[in-house]
Ligand binder design. Structure first.
Ligand code: COA
Length: 332
């Protein structure tokens, strides 16, 4: 049977806090507008630490919490959409930082759904017994992606990293993963090739209508309304699908950990799904949306607070650029 157990968790949060009042000094915005639309009061910005540093710190904390030796890790999976390098993969740097000398390593990029996809992948690697301990780290440094003249998008995002060490369990697990590539333009950040000095390179051409001229910008581009609508529907669908697979009902879940994009998105989905509010964990008020790092930082906080206990049935649900979405139910 496919099942996972979280045996360690850790996180890294950058020191610098950028609150809504700071945004009102650089943009035509204010705390009231941002908080009422998003539930966010502040987010952390990694001023001078690269993504791999944050990922390494979170990963080391998770390995320490697990009590295993780094040499016992068989695979490092890193979820990120904001790496420091095109290559090598962030997971290779984390392998180095943690001393996981016997591990294989590769990355997963499904933006904010990254931790869900990585956990699902990990469970399948663990299933046949060939891999015993897997370190998953989800880490994002989104500040360099954001356009700080764009008041609609830049106020949402923060930097940070979360990690978990998982091992096989005989307890059940179910997952539902989805992608809608036809909506990719709702949220994207294009690679900037303008610094190339290859004398042969011209401007990229693609078939008419596939990508718009804005896509030349190397900043994160977002259609907020389209993403909002998708996010609420995607959360509802993913939770329904994974509950259907499991045969469990809404009340059989002890803890729901949603992607922390926006409290209005979470509240809306929670209401229409009829989830008990006291079982839904939200920590975005002083963190903002840290993309793939949101869910594992929630896991690390909850575990540290003793709120993740053996035998609990936990539902993780995420959505993001792609547009991707997914949900996992597992018994810890
Ligand atoms: N401060 C003040 N005013 C702002 C503003 C800001 N930070 N951002 C936008 N506005 C303005 C707009 O310019 C617009 O003004 P106008 O009516 O004069 O044109 C007005 O507020 C309403 O803008 P709108 O885009 O309709 O706001 P909204 O209610 O849709 O909220 C988001 C915008 C981005 C908060 C919302 O669409 C959202 O949360 N989308 C999902 C984004 C997300 O979660 N992305 C990550 C997914 S992983």
């Amino acid at each position: 049977m496919r099942g996972i157990k979280i045996i360690g968790a850790g996180m890294y949060v950058p020191e610098k806090e950028a609150d809504n009042d700071w945004f009102s000094t650089i943009l035509d915005t204010n705390d009231e507008w941002i908080y009422s639309r998003t539930g966010i009061r502040a987010r952390r910005i990694s001023v001078d630490k690269p993504n791999f540093y944050m990922a390494g710190e979170a990963a080391k904390a998770a390995v320490k919490d697990s009590g295993i030796d780094p040499s016992e890790i068989d695979l490092v999976l890193a979820a990120t959409c904001s790496p420091d390098f095109y290559y090598p993969a962030l997971s290779c740097l984390v392998q180095y930082e943690t001393g996981a000398v016997n591990a294989a390593a590769f990355d997963i990029n499904s933006a904010c759904t990254g931790f869900i996809n990585a956990l699902d992948t990990a469970s399948r690697f663990l299933e046949d017994g060939d891999y015993r301990n897997i370190l998953i780290v989800a880490s994002e440094r989104l500040a360099p992606h954001c356009d700080y003249t764009d008041r609609t998008a830049s106020i949402l995002f923060g930097d940070g990293a979360g990690a978990a060490v998982v091992t096989h369990s005989d307890k059940p697990m179910w997952s539902y993963l989805n992608a809608k590539g036809d909506y990719f333009k709702a949220l994207y950040c294009k690679v900037d090739h303008s610094r190339s000095n290859c004398p042969l390179l011209g401007e990229d051409t693609v078939p008419e209508g596939v990508i718009d001229s804005e896509a030349k910008g190397h900043f994160l581009q977002m259609n907020g309304k389209a993403v909002y609508k998708f996010a609420v529907e995607a959360m509802e669908t993913a939770v329904h699908k994974v509950l259907d697979k499991s045969g469990l009902g809404i009340d059989d879940i002890d803890l729901y950990i949603p992607h922390q994009a926006n409290s209005r998105i979470i509240e809306s989905a929670v209401k229409s799904l009829g989830l008990p509010e006291d079982k839904v964990y939200v920590n975005l008020e002083r963190r903002g949306n840290t993309s793939s790092a949101c869910i594992p930082t929630c896991v690390a906080e909850l575990r540290q607070a003793g709120r993740i206990k053996d035998g609990m049935t936990i539902c993780l649900v995420g959505f993001g650029a792609g547009l991707t979405s997914g949900a996992i139910i597992f018994e810890q």
